[in-house]
Design a protein around this ligand. Structure first.
Ligand SMILES: Nc1nc2c(ncn2[C@@H]2O[C@H](COP(=O)(O)OP(=O)(O)OP(=O)(O)O)[C@@H](O)[C@H]2O)c(=O)[nH]1
Ligand SMILES: [Mg+2]
Length: 441
């Protein structure tokens, strides 16, 4: 049978008509996580739960020396959790930590409600938010790979409950499937995604003469807002996690005859499911071919340093760590002057990496970012010798305005300049009467 027909992935967007899952959250960090970080992680899990359309009815915490093999948390805590879930009428328990398939199954058997971990929740959000064919296929692939080792457990609770968070996407059709069909589908999806990536690579070739930058960063940092502000074309922006799933590229006019192609990409998050990262590799090809990564940071978030570290880790995993990077601290409108000064000092002291401080909501503050982009573009422009008739003031002025003049030598009738010149200007100069251009090897 055609596996495509056996495993349709239903796209069931969350609507208010559906009863909301009542959810208990569990945070069980190990002792090396600071109390502030532990609370930030739970807060983020709560935002993820809200994005998925669930209603939180309680939060439980436990500090662990190390995760326990059987239930992740201690056995006493499991009993406490079972009582709390029953009292609150919870239909779902979500752990902030990754559970092994066995831990998930043991917990479900003891609690008699469905149990999910952060990875599964993130996959569910991606499944309901994916819009394009490519994003849908990537999420389906990641979900199937996550599902495969947990198949028996899924069948177990599917016979008890239907629908709800975590059961959207492929979960609902698992009853009549088996591992073989899933594996066939996984191979099929990989092949199709690669095909799309190849088609995209061909498209990109046509734009290769442009300087390319890719916006990367933690989810909700303001990547789409920055690209909207830079390009003047509105992109989807939302105060929710994972507003953007598909890359979007816009031409950004930087003035002085310089243009950059800037790509907005999917946001990263702590503990991004490994399968999801793998399947988003193709989408992030755009970032791989960029000349510069603009790493956007939410400067107003108390956990920005941890978020930067998470993004760096994911970039590592995607083999993107060696790209030139510019840190773009966004949302400075939400900082006081003192906070902004302190942030600048901290950034300077800690990394020494190049950084700019902007607010996507106040376009004038984006000037340092535009300037940094212009500098990077100019640094990559071809170096040429240009000989201009001394009387051609206009050509000389244009060279100073649109290019970067490195040397000038006035030789009476002719002015000889060495300059970095944008491709477009190069074309115009070559056609100009009396002007000679020689490329420097
Ligand atoms: N105050 C303030 N809010 C901002 C700024 N930039 C973005 N925001 C808000 O932050 C939220 C997230 O912005 P997005 O541009 O969607 O962030 P993103 O990084 O594209 O997020 P994902 O696509 O979800 O990864 C929205 O509510 C924006 O209005 C800023 O400079 N200042
Ligand atoms: Mg976005």
């Amino acid at each position: 049978m055609d596996p495509e027909r056996r495993l349709p992935i239903p796209h069931i967007p969350y609507t208010n008509e559906k009863p909301r899952d009542l959810i208990l959250l569990v945070g069980a960090p190990t002792k090396d996580v600071s109390p502030r970080e532990a609370e930030e992680h739970l807060e983020e899990l709560a935002r993820l739960t809200d994005t998925a359309g669930g209603e939180i009815v309680g939060v439980m915490r436990q500090r662990l020396e190390a995760p326990k093999p059987k239930y992740y948390i201690g056995e006493g805590k499991v009993l406490e959790l079972r009582d709390a879930a029953a009292r609150a009428g919870a239909s779902l328990v979500i752990f902030d930590e990754d559970l092994t398939p066995a831990q998930g199954k043991n917990l479900e058997d003891s609690l008699s409600v469905r149990v999910m971990d952060r990875s599964e929740l993130i996959l569910d959000i991606f499944a309901t938010r994916a819009r394009t064919k490519e994003a849908k296929m990537q999420v389906e692939l990641a979900q199937l790979e996550y599902l495969l080792p947990r198949l028996t457990r899924m069948w177990n609770h599917l016979s008890r409950i239907r629908g709800g968070i975590g059961l959207r996407g492929p979960g609902e059709t698992q009853l009549e499937t088996d591992r073989r069909i899933i594996s066939v589908r996984i191979t099929e999806l990989k092949r199709k995604i690669e095909g799309i990536a190849r088609a995209r690579a061909t498209q990109r070739k046509g734009r290769s003469e442009f300087f390319r930058a890719a916006l990367v960063g933690y989810t909700n940092a303001g990547k789409s807002s920055i690209l909207s502000a830079l390009s003047g074309c509105a992109l989807f922006v939302e105060d929710r996690l994972f507003a953007t799933l598909d890359p979007a590229t816009r031409a950004v006019d930087l003035g002085s005859g310089l243009t950059a192609l800037v790509t907005d990409t999917v946001g990263f998050i702590r503990k991004l499911p490994h399968h999801l990262i793998a399947s988003f590799r193709a989408t992030l090809e755009e970032a791989r071919e960029a000349n510069l990564l603009l790493h956007v940071v939410d400067a107003a978030h108390s956990g920005w340093e941890e978020q930067v570290a998470v993004v760096i880790d994911v970039l590592h995993e995607l083999d993107l760590r060696d790209k030139p990077e510019l840190l773009v601290f966004n949302k400075i409108d939400r900082l006081t002057h003192t906070e902004e000064d302190r942030l600048r000092e901290r950034v300077q002291a800690s990394s020494g990496d190049p950084a700019v401080f902007v607010s996507a909501h106040h376009p004038a503050t984006l000037e340092p970012l535009r300037e940094a982009l212009r500098d990077r573009i100019r640094a990559q422009l071809p170096r040429v010798h240009v000989y201009v008739p001394a009387g051609d003031g206009e050509a000389i002025a244009t060279l100073y305005r649109e290019g970067e003049v490195l040397e000038r030598c006035d030789r009476g009738e002719v002015i000889a300049l060495t300059a970095r010149v944008p491709h477009a200007l190069l074309g115009r100069l070559r056609q100009r009467e009396g002007v000679k251009v020689l490329e420097v090897a």
